[in-house]
Design a protein around this ligand. Structure first.
Ligand code: MG
Length: 273
């Protein structure tokens, strides 16, 4: 099931994304919504153990504005979790997961602009990543119970001011600017994340291409590790790390993170004033 959050008629709602069977390619319009309909959900879908209820209303996905599929209280992110990427940054993969936080205010949705703080940073990079969305409040989750706390998966871009990451030591500024965490286009609740292809492209040119099977620390390990530190709330997000191929974005670029089995998250890049 694909769960989207969207704005229609001046209201924000959740819905289930369905193929309307028009035969149009879902990737045809760049946002991946061509030929899709959205069945409105009553309330929100984060109700453990309860069936999702529909209102009966349906929208053409191309007629609504998709929003970030979730508004997390926090975004927990993992650094250097693909060996080749760790090496391209000049370091060895860490023995234990390397955790950092991105503020909730960095989250934007599909099509929203990534705003480069050009007056503060000379190099802003894309980082395509698989994102885990938590479905329930949890802490100290043992490995065997990790599937119970995961609501689904979405695409993420862990946008990073690379020069500030190096100069600050701490990563809060480099990773924390408004718009530095695009999420979407929706949450896929039935993905098997063990071996799916992740592709990041800029203006149609592929820059990153890797399977999630290359994660150094797998999702079960990351969830047990992170929840040993902090409580996760429904809708909280965990970014699983980026593969090799990171590179800069400039104003006018269109950056897309595609994950097989989920969809494509595309954002334009602009310079902030
Ligand atoms: Mg990252």
């Amino acid at each position: 099931m694909r769960i989207a959050r969207f704005a229609a008629d001046g209201e924000v709602r959740y819905g289930i994304v369905e193929d309307s069977g028009s035969g149009t390619s879902a990737a045809a319009n760049g946002h991946g919504t061509e030929g899709l309909t959205i069945a409105e959900v009553a309330g929100h879908p984060f109700s453990p153990g309860e069936e999702v209820k529909l209102t009966g209303a349906r929208h053409q996905a191309s007629d609504v504005r998709l929003l970030a599929p979730v508004l997390p209280s926090k975004v927990v992110a993992i650094g250097k979790n693909y060996a080749e990427h760790a090496r391209e940054t000049g370091s060895e993969p860490p023995a234990e997961p390397l955790i950092f936080l991105k503020p909730s205010t960095a989250v934007i949705g599909p099509g929203d602009p990534i705003v480069r703080p050009a007056h503060l940073s000379k190099r802003v990079d894309f980082e395509g990543e698989l994102a885990v969305v938590f479905g329930r409040l949890c802490r100290d989750v043992p490995a065997a119970r990790v599937p119970e706390v995961i609501f689904g998966y979405t695409c993420a871009n862990d946008v990073t001011a690379r020069d500030l990451q190096a100069s600050d030591g701490q990563w809060a500024r480099a990773k924390g600017f408004d718009s530095f965490c695009p999420l979407g286009p929706w949450i896929e609740t039935e993905l098997d994340p063990g071996d799916v292809l992740l592709t990041t492209s800029v203006n149609g040119e592929i820059k990153q291409e890797a399977s999630t099977s290359e994660l150094i620390h797998d999702i079960v390990t990351l969830v047990t590790y992170a929840t040993a530190v902090m409580t996760m709330l429904p809708g909280d997000v965990l970014l699983t790390g980026t593969p090799a191929g990171i590179g800069p974005l400039i104003a006018g670029d269109q950056v897309s993170v595609h994950i097989d089995g989920i969809g494509t998250l595309t954002n334009p890049v602009v310079d902030g004033s």
